[in-house]
Design a protein around this ligand. Structure first.
Ligand code: BGC
Length: 500
């Protein structure tokens, strides 16, 4: 007699799909191909591939620091260290109504932020999901879509019940545009797209001023706004987190992509010396650290699965660090390991596995769910494999999948710690300690991610690593963008933006 168990429940995936789990499980004897022993042997191999020792982490940190320095010294380096023209910290007194448009990796968001001073704010927002087609189509069409959404939002929020505009004739609402892709900036309201990341590939956009492209779309739809600043999500996060907690010195995003920003002394940014900006000033730097070790691949330990992810991506060679860490790629790395074991005849013998063969079908959200499955039988994992991929799993396999998810998730968190440690080391923040405002789906939703980052920091720095704490950040792309728009207005009104 085969023992069987039942489990039921439902989960909602980031894609919006709901998965109902109502599963019957059989004891392993039914599926003889995956015993505890063979799975444990395989796991050992992956453990050695995906584990980062403290020593290796420290080597990565050293190389990382060099890349950060180089990016500050010379233009167009692998880690571009982009001067953002966001000068210094907010005072906390910034106030007023500001619009923010956030073009992220997955969604488009329009926000109305009311800054109330004293680190307080209120926000109204609307979110739109971007389609794969929009991400790959003509760039100008993408900005037209942004403008259309912005117009609907402004019409809805700035008209009274009779449809009469609440704006004074000629009044323009200040808008911060959060555009979270690497852009060279020579002014705060200008940004030349270096390259698309996170799987975007909209045509005729790389190398162009995206602020100008968006301005054209704003004009086309006759929207009463003036774009005052183009902002990276990390810069917004840095400023928003500091607005509510001035101990924040660094901001990081671990989401579909990954990146960091921090505040630098202008006198240390050699590559903009020609601009003759006051040497006493400080400016936020958008590191674009996802590009660390791109092209040369000298420092990061890449497995063959990472190499496949890279080579089959729309941007081979680029974003080397990001491809080991960010939410866009972790599920794919795990899928490639599973496919290898299917090919070797270890997993799912005799079952149809074609559903697992499509790139990127294995979402990073599945890794989170697998790691957080609270049941002994791992019912959640049964649900994922039966519901999405129509394959039956043994308990030994499920334990293996969970352990594999842990290895991949843990490596991502420890590499993230290396990036943070590089900035902390470079800026000498270790003794005094600091907060790191952190945001993004991986940081917010992946179980244990933050703890693993903290463990990593202790492995790198010893006990002093405890001085560096990540904290859930304020909404950088909305609130941060609004604060930066407010700071920019103050500088402009004071005549401080003449040369930039
Ligand atoms: C982009 C960055 C962004 C990060 C997080 C990366 O792919 O290049 O600009 O900050 O994703 O969204």
């Amino acid at each position: 007699m085969v023992a069987s168990r039942r489990g039921s429940g439902s989960i909602t995936l980031p894609t919006g799909q709901t998965m109902t789990i109502h599963t019957r499980t059989h004891e392993e004897e039914d599926l003889p191909h995956a015993t505890k022993k063979t799975m444990a042997d395989h796991l050992r191999k992956y453990e050695s591939l995906f584990t980062l020792t403290p020593q290796r982490m420290r080597m990565i940190v050293e190389a990382f620091k060099d890349s950060l320095e180089l990016g500050l010294q010379k233009p167009k380096q692998v880690v571009p260290m982009i001067p953002t023209f966001v000068f210094g910290w907010p005072t906390g007194k910034e106030s007023g109504d500001f619009l923010a448009l956030d073009l992220g990796g997955t969604n488009l968001r329009v926000c109305l932020v009311t800054l109330q001073g004293e680190g307080k704010f209120e926000m109204t927002q609307t979110k739109y999901r971007l389609t794969e087609e929009q991400k790959q189509d003509e760039g100008q069409k993408l900005f037209d879509f942004c403008a259309e959404c912005l117009k609907t939002f402004v019409d809805t929020n700035f008209t009274d019940e009779d449809g009469t505009s609440l704006l004074k004739p000629g009044e323009l609402l200040p808008l911060g545009f959060t555009f979270s892709y690497p852009c060279y900036q020579s002014r705060i309201d200008h940004g030349e797209l270096i390259r698309w990341t996170k799987g975007f590939g909209a045509k005729n956009t790389e190398g162009r001023d995206v602020a100008e492209m968006f301005r054209q779309s704003i004009e086309k739809y006759k929207i009463p706004v003036v774009m005052t600043a183009i902002i990276n999500d990390t810069t917004g996060t840095l400023i928003a987190s500091h607005y509510v907690n001035p101990k924040t010195k660094i901001a990081v995003i671990f989401g579909t992509g990954c990146n960091a920003a921090y505040m630098e002394d202008v006198k240390n940014i050699d590559k903009i010396k020609v601009l003759k900006i006051n040497e006493q000033d400080q400016m936020a730097i958008n590191c674009e650290w996802g590009a660390f070790d791109s092209f040369e691949h000298e420092h990061l330990p890449r497995t063959k699965y990472d190499i496949i992810v890279d080579e089959t991506s729309n941007k081979p060679g680029e974003q080397a660090f990001e491809k080991l860490i960010s939410g866009r790629y972790l599920g794919e790395i795990l899928r490639l390991v599973i496919c290898e074991l299917i090919d070797e005849g270890v997993l799912f013998l005799g079952q149809e596995t074609y559903k697992l063969e499509t790139p990127y079908v294995f979402e990073t959200a599945f890794l989170s769910l697998m790691e957080s499955d609270p049941t002994d039988e791992l019912l959640m994992i049964i649900g994922i494999f039966t519901h999405f991929f129509a394959v039956e799993t043994t308990l030994a396999e499920r334990q293996f999948f969970r352990a594999l998810a842990m290895l991949i998730g843990r490596r991502a968190a420890r590499l993230s710690a290396c990036g943070i440690a590089a900035i902390v080391g470079k800026m000498d923040y270790l003794d005094e300690g600091c907060l790191v405002g952190a945001d993004g789906s991986l940081y917010n939703k992946y179980p244990g991610f933050a703890d693993r980052v903290h463990e990593g920091l202790i492995d790198i720095f010893g006990e002093k690593g405890r001085n560096i704490k990540t904290v859930h950040a304020e909404d950088g792309s909305g609130v941060g963008s609004a604060i930066i728009a407010a700071m920019t207005k103050v500088r402009r009104d004071a005549g401080l933006y003449p040369h930039v």
